[in-house]
Design a protein around this ligand. Structure first.
Ligand code: ADP
Length: 745
């Protein structure tokens, strides 16, 4: 029974299902695999390994494989096939072969012709046979197989993906019958490309000429290699060995159509995997062994093409892997450090990354620190220049009061170098009388960081002292701790001198004023002196009269003498008071009892007031003491009372009154008021009252109130004028209070 080769693609699906779902079956069978060539050829080797693996895993190892490498293309001429047939007959005489797997067309031809001699009952499964090899042939019913359809166009398309700038294709093939059949098939299939690209078929050349042609090829060519079993000179070749020579000689990348050439120098191609093919053949043989009728299993269409690429050749020709389809199988990829030592690489790169980051951070830090340092230097230089050109002595001290910085003017002033000046306390430059005051100012700045102001005398390079006004601010550390002071000193010697002069002039003026006041009070003074002197005189007369009696009453004389003594004392005190007013004496402050002060005042002005028919009333009833220089306080009160006398003089009789009293007092201060019923103060006069030389009197000097205010303020008090509601004026002055127990007046 025989049948014609049909194209039953549908059955392939069945086999595929079998192959996927096939469980392990316990079949005991002998399978003879006939290779047309030798299994040492790479394609057949891959086929054989896969076939054996598939049998073994699908049958629990109960299938016995026999293999024959027939080497037909090398030895197939003459009567070799017949001798081989006999050999096999003898060899397998006692072995029943259940299935013969014939690999490649020549093996199929051999088994079909001679198989009855060594495997008479065997079913036949072929593999690696191209459909065109079966074209028009009728296969017996016990034969089936898997086809290996060689296709060329997909590889050409692959080459164009990898080399889009290709201008020509060179097809290389041999002259054996097999070679020629492949070339014819390729020409048919590649005809559409010939319209777009230059196509050359180098298929008739002897090998040396072929290689020479390939060496001359421009780089933008693509070489397509099918097979060379025999070259143009009739020399036999093994195709994969020929592939090696061709790929070595070619100046352009070489592509192939079967995977056995991969590793021989070709870039790769869209090709069958002979390994897969072996597995398919084994599955089909298993199906037959399990009882499937080969007549019901027509030859199977081949499985899909696979893109197989030799990555070393990609590198050699500089082709881009990205251009490949995603399912491309890459062979001979050089193992990368990553694939070999993933962990170590991760660890090392992590360490390196961290290290790099740290180095980068350090570099950034260093550069920003350098920038900051240079900015700091710049700013320091700027500050130093400013400090050195400033017209003042600038200094900076630490918490221990030692200098940490002085400017040029300081060094010029003191004559010290910066080495000599720094690390010393600046108190050493001070006038001995000012050291305590400056130390106190330093101490105060610890409590109030904004309070460092002191006037002191600083020693100059020539040993003389000049007055300086030194001000400073506390420096605080980043933590907020006291870090010392920064400040400056300006020379105020001239101002100081002017002030001293002014003070001298003032006190001279005050003295003049006192003398003038005394002039006005001459009558009063005379009255003061006349009264005790008159009393002394009349008392002395009275004493004489008592002593002139025959029996003088001595105790009367005694009383008279005591009166004389008192009057003499009173006159002496008056003279003493006048002298002290007239005298230029230094200011001494002490507690003064206002009661006594008012009494003295009253005595001084009494004669004058009486003469002018003015009533002067003083009242220190509550009792109060002030801290004052008594002479100056008396001068102040005298000035105010004398002005009041002038103010009330023009008033009608009976309306001329002056009251001197303590208006208010507490622990801190005492307010004294001198009120009168005089003409009062006109609004335009009020602002000018205390100005020097302002007077509304024909013979006035205009210095009384000015001096009065100076004295009051020098004592830490204040003075102002008020207008009385009922007319007249009241002059008020506050004065620092003192404890009366210490009163000495
Ligand atoms: P003088 O008494 O020489 O004029 P003063 O400085 O003592 O200088 O007084 C300045 C001016 O203030 C006086 O000329 C007067 O106009 C005014 N004055 C002073 N005391 C009184 C007072 N009690 N009532 C009204 N005016 C006064």
């Amino acid at each position: 029974m025989s049948r014609t080769f049909p194209s039953l693609l549908t059955v392939f699906a069945g086999i595929a299902l079998f192959s996927l779902a096939a469980p392990c079956v316990a079949i005991a069978a002998n399978v003879l695999v006939l290779y047309d060539e030798r299994r040492e050829l790479p394609g057949l080797s891959a086929f054989d390994s896969s076939l054996a693996r598939t049998f073994s895993s699908a049958s629990s190892g109960s299938i016995v494989l026999y293999r024959e490498d027939m080497d037909l293309s090398r030895l197939g001429s003459g009567d070799y096939p017949l001798r081989l047939r006999d050999h096999l007959r003898i060899k397998y005489a006692d072995t029943k072969i259940d299935v013969v797997v014939a690999v490649m067309g020549p093996a199929l031809d051999f088994v079909l012709r001679y198989g009855g001699a060594f495997a008479p009952e065997a079913l036949i499964v072929f593999a690696g046979v191209d459909p065109w090899e079966l074209h028009g042939r009728v296969l017996p019913e016990h034969v089936t197989g898997v086809l290996l359809e060689r296709r060329f166009a997909p590889t050409v398309e692959l080459a164009l993906r990898l080399q889009p700038k290709t201008r020509r294709f060179v097809f290389v093939g041999g002259t054996s019958e097999f070679d020629r059949r492949l070339i014819e098939q390729a020409k048919d299939e590649l005809r559409p490309f010939e319209q777009r690209y230059e196509f050359r078929y180098l298929t008739e050349l002897p090998m040396p000429a072929l290689l020479a042609e390939l060496r001359r090829l421009p780089r933008d060519s693509v070489v397509l290699y099918s097979t060379i079993f025999r070259d143009g000179a009739g020399t036999a070749f093994v195709p994969h060995v020929a592939a090696q020579s061709i790929t070595a000689a070619s100046n352009a990348p070489v592509y192939g159509f079967v995977d056995q050439f991969v590793g021989r120098g070709i870039v790769g191609g869209r090709m069958y995997s002979l390994a897969e093919h072996g597995a398919e053949a084994a599955h089909l043989a298993m199906a037959v062994l399990e009882g499937s009728d080969p007549a019901g299993l027509p030859p199977q269409s081949p499985s899909n093409l696979t893109t197989i690429i030799d990555s070393r050749q990609l590198d050699r020709w500089g082709l881009r892997e990205e251009a490949l389809p995603p399912d491309a199988v890459m062979l001979n990829r050089q193992p990368t450090l990553w694939s070999q030592h993933k962990r170590e690489v991760v660890a090392a790169s992590s360490i390196l990354s961290i290290q790099a980051l740290m180095i980068a951070a350090l570099l950034v830090q260093r550069s920003s620190r350098r920038r900051a340092e240079s900015k700091l230097r710049e700013s320091e230089n700027r500050l130093r220049t400013m400090a050195d050109t400033a017209p003042a002595l600038i200094w900076m001290s630490g918490p221990d009061r030692r200098f940490v910085f002085v400017n040029k003017m300081w060094m010029d002033y003191t004559g010290l170098s910066s080495e000599d000046a720094l690390d010393k306390t600046w108190l050493g430059q001070l006038h001995p009388d000012d050291v305590t005051r400056c130390s106190e100012a330093f101490d105060r700045s610890l409590i109030d960081p904004h309070d460092f102001t002191v006037e002191c005398r600083l020693r100059r390079y020539d040993g003389t002292y000049r007055w300086m006004l030194c001000t400073g601010l506390a420096r605080l550390s980043l933590k907020g701790d006291y870090a010392g002071l920064v400040g400056c000193c300006t020379d105020i010697s001239e101002r100081k001198e002017t002030e001293l002069q002014l003070q001298r002039h003032r006190s001279e003026l005050a003295h003049m004023n006192r003398i003038a006041t005394m002039g006005e009070l001459t009558a009063s003074v005379a009255h003061e002196l006349c009264q005790p002197l008159g009393a002394i005189l009349s008392n002395a007369g009275a004493a004489g009269m008592v002593l002139g009696k025959t029996s003088p009453a001595l105790h009367e004389v005694q009383e008279i003498l005591e009166d004389i003594q008192k009057d003499a004392q009173r006159a002496g005190e008056t003279i003493h008071r006048i002298r002290s007013i007239m005298r230029k004496q230094s200011v001494t402050r002490r507690p003064v009892d206002l009661k006594g002060m008012f009494k003295d005042l009253h005595r001084l002005v009494d004669a004058e007031a009486t003469a002018r028919r003015i009533m002067v009333h003083s009242d220190a009833a509550g009792g109060a003491c002030v801290l004052a220089d008594p002479v100056q306080l008396q001068q102040v009160l005298l000035n105010l009372v004398l002005n009041a006398l002038d103010a009330v003089s023009a008033r009608p009789d009976g309306d001329r009154r002056i009251v001197v009293c303590v208006r208010d007092s507490d622990d801190q201060s005492v307010t004294i008021a001198v009120a009168d019923t005089g003409h009062g103060i006109a609004p335009d006069v009020r602002p000018k009252l205390f100005q020097p030389f302002y007077t509304t009197k024909r013979e006035g000097l205009g210095m009384g109130l000015s001096i009065t205010r100076t004295i009051v303020e020098a004592h830490g008090g204040s003075i102002w004028a008020e207008s009385n509601e009922a007319g007249g004026a009241t002059f008020c002055l506050t004065w620092p209070a003192a404890a009366c127990s210490l009163s000495l007046s």
